[in-house]
Structures are given as structure tokens and as C-alpha cells.
Design a protein around this ligand. Sequence first.
Ligand code: TIU
Length: 223
Amino acid sequence: TLPAPLLAAEPAPLAFHPARAALVIIDMQRDFLEPGGFGETLGNDVSRLQAAVGPCKAVLAAARAAGLMVIHTREGHRPDMMDAPPAKVERGSPTARIGCAGPMGRILIRGEPGHDIIAELAPAPGEPVLDKPGKGAFYQTDLELMLKNRGIDTLLVAGVTTEVCVHTTIREGNDRGYRCVALADCCASYIPEFHRVGLEMIKAQGGIFGWVSDSAALLSALG
Ligand code: TIU
């Protein structure tokens, strides 16, 4: 068997087996990245998330070429919104909250154009697309079962936003025993300071709930 590649990361390099690693791309949806979607209704400048698209594209291509498991997630709710907690829905403005009609269809609702993953990062046939009702990818989904069935022990995490869904997923994965690596330039936030500090939090205290690496390091490790 081939030696495990070493991924340059902080606070320390990490050896990983490509057959036991999954690239998890979090919520690269039109609702977060394009004007008129959920992210904008929350008062954000959605253009800030564009920085992650190119690096995500590069790691997605490399992961596919190396045969890594690739998982895409989408945050959103059933059209009947029975899975949307009132406490989450009621936080938005009454005319532009989850379930309201917007330029890309109903905001954050499954099946609507805004809920789709952006075209640049479209899932390939055979790549699981995981619909999640919350911020974390483990909560009320079959992610853990899929990872267990494939013998995955390392999660390479990309997507948006760094301090919300990426963080929550890494925290959930860390508690379940997965080595979780945030790919810094493949993640982005509406709030640049939160992106920076969010990454710092993961790798502080000796890597308190994960590692931080980036696209160049992953491409080099897979190359
Ligand atoms: N608002 C924000 O920063 N993020 C979210 O609501 N969801 C995700 O991070 N996907």
C-alpha cells in the first residue's frame, strides 16, 4: 500500500489515507452566494463569499481525480417547513424570511432555484448531496452513517460560512471522532474578521477541535 500522504496543516501536519478521507463541501448554494437569497436577506454582502469558489473548484477536481469521497451539503427546509424551527424562521424580516418568495424562489426551501448548489461546483453523478435542516451537517442527516459505511476517518471541509455551518460541522465531526480539517481558502464568511478568527479557533490550543490547511497543501498532498 502507498504511504499516507502528509497534509501541511496547523497546528501540525496530518497524515491521511485518501481512501479514508472525504471532501465535504458545505452549502455552496445560490441562497448564500448570490444576490436575492437567504444570505442577502440577513443583511450580508454576498460577494464576499466568491473568494472561496475558485479554491473549492480546484480541490473538488483534485479530490475527484484522486478518488476521494465527495459530499455536498445544502442547508434548507421542506416546502411545508415542518422541519424549520419557528425560532429560526421568526428571526428574519417578515417579508424576506425562510419560506418567503424571492427572486430565486422561496428562500432556503428545497427544490427552489436558490437552494441549488452554484453551477461552478455542481455535484457530479454519484456524489451524495446531503440536505440538512440545521447549520451542522450531522444534525438530522445520514452523514455519519455514510461515513461509517465508507470507513471515513478524516473530513476535509470547505464551503460557507466559516464561522457558521463550517464551524458547526467541524465541531460535530470532532465530537464524533473524525479528524476535521478546515481548508482555509475554500471557506469564506460575510464577515472577514469572523473567517480569520473562526479558523484561529479551530487550531488553537493544539488543535482543540481540528486542523486548518488550504487548497495548495491539499493539491500538493494529493499530487
Ligand atoms: N448566515 C450565515 O453566515 N450562514 C448560514 O446561515 N448558513 C451557513 O453557514 N451555511
